[in-house]
Write a protein that binds this ligand. Structure first.
Ligand code: NAP
Ligand code: MG
Length: 403
């Protein structure tokens, strides 16, 4: 059978530890046999980031801007323990943080649903995608502890010397203060990324803040979303048969629990941090969450939501058997191929992406799965497969779908 041809290269960002092992297995067994893979390869593994003084991360983000679609393996974000382990020159920044900042993107996370693994919320039938605003608020704050007997104020100074003051609190006894900010431009990008993604997925978009209490700060988020929706998206949403829905955050969480799923939930930075872990856990497993970074001008970077699965890697290095779940990494590849196929009008590439996902899900539904899934699955015939065996079984099913 002739291999499927591509037009534009995918930006391929390799990574670390167990996911780097998965990366190669996935390419060798599930991709190369069917696709004449055109990729521009960047090795974001920690040793190479260290060698290039992290330039490779910047180069990979620039390549993503140039070509429009990237697929990324999980990477180590160095901490103190990694310094001697990898003999690092510096504690390099998180590649995801660097890429997100360069693309000005929003991260969308969605669970992969399979039969036999039931969400903890029984009425959730369809995935809930969380879109987290990744700038500002409590993540870029200024904080102080103060003694009693002081007055705390917000002070804003303009270049012409104009000052604006606002009382925060008259402290009689010791306490704490926090200053947070956000930027209209960042909120606008977030709104556009969410609205574009909703159109792309043909799903409703929900957004919630606490604007009744935070009448200027959270209200600004609400207003920016509303203005952009009215001006740029209202007609497109109507044409696509989807809706934009704003409510208060406490009403939103209640509705989410009662819902069937099947929509995109846009969250402020903190809400997205907390709610994405809650939603991921309630759907079953972090290793079944996909993640895509979307820039406001329509650039896509696909990856798994989990990390490098360090504990499994150390077992692997000792020659012990592992049972690592490759599903989210496979779906990162399928997502990237489908998007590349859509942009380059390559129906064969899009069909391959569907079959790759189908083969993966079928394997789990046939009862063959990694240990993390076997612990959750209610299938009577389930069996825990090793990392290699699980991929072999997916490859078999893909082969029969590709005839
Ligand atoms: P992790 O790699 O997500 O793994 C945490 C635990 O979750 C694992 O030990 C494993 O549990 C389970 N798990 C996660 N993915 C799994 C999979 N595919 N199959 C089976 N089990 C899975 O998080 P971590 O160990 O805290 O972090 C390791 C490294 O990843 C860190 O250096 C961190 O910086 C990096 N990281 C990268 C990204 C990214 O690139 N996007 C995201 C998060 C973390 P058991 O051990 O109980 O089996
Ligand atoms: Mg979190």
């Amino acid at each position: 059978m002739a291999k499927i041809q591509m037009k534009t290269p995918l930006v391929e960002m390799d990574g670390d530890e167990m996911t780097r092992i998965l990366w190669k297995l996935i390419k060798d067994q599930l991709i190369i046999p069917y696709i004449d893979l055109k990729s521009e390869y960047y090795d974001l593994g920690l040793p190479h980031r260290n060698e290039t003084n992290d330039q490779v991360t910047i180069d990979s983000a620039n390549a993503t801007k140039k070509y429009g679609v990237a697929v990324k393996c999980a990477t180590i974000t160095p901490n103190a323990a990694r310094m001697p382990e990898y003999n690092l020159k510096e504690m390099w920044k998180s590649p995801n943080g660097t890429i997100r900042a360069m693309l000005d993107g929003t991260v969308f996370r969605a669970p992969i649903l399979v039969d036999g693994i039931h969400p903890y919320i029984p009425n959730w039938k369809k995935p809930i995608t969380i879109a987290r605003h990744a700038y500002g608020d409590v993540y870029k704050n200024a904080e102080l502890r103060v003694d009693g007997g002081c007055k705390a104020e917000l002070l804003v100074t303009y270049p012409d010397g104009t000052e604006i003051r606002e009382l925060i609190h008259d402290f009689k006894t010791p306490g704490i203060i926090q200053g947070v900010h956000n930027i209209d431009k960042s909120i606008e990008s977030f709104a556009r990324a969410c609205m574009n993604y909703a159109l792309d997925q043909k799903q409703d978009l929900w957004f919630a803040t606490k604007d009744t209490i935070s009448k200027k700060y959270d209200h600004r988020f609400k207003d920016i979303f509303a203005e952009i929706f009215e001006k740029e998206y209202k007609e497109k949403f109507e044409a696509a048969g989807i809706e934009y829905f704003y409510t208060l955050i406490d009403d939103a969480v209640a509705r989410v629990i009662r819902s069937e799923g099947g929509y995109i939930w846009a969250c402020k930075n903190y809400d997205g941090d907390v709610m994405s872990d809650m939603v991921a856990t309630a759907f079953g497993s972090l290793s079944m969450m996909t993640s895509v970074l979307v820039s406001p001008d329509g650039i896509y970077e696909y990856e798994a939501a989990h990390g490098t699965v360090q504990r499994h890697y150390y077992k692997y290095l000792k020659g012990q058997p592992t049972s690592t779940n490759p599903v989210a990494t496979i779906f990162a590849w399928s997502g990237a191929f489908r998007k590349r196929g859509e942009l380059d009008q390559l129906p064969d590439l899009m069909a391959y992406a569907d079959k790759l996902e189908q083969a993966t899900i079928q394997t789990i539904q046939d009862g063959i799965m990694s240990g993390d899934l076997a612990a959750l699955s209610t299938l009577p015939n389930k069996r825990t497969a090793s990392t290699e065996e699980f991929l072999d079984e997916i490859a078999k099913r893909l082969a029969s779908l590709m005839i």
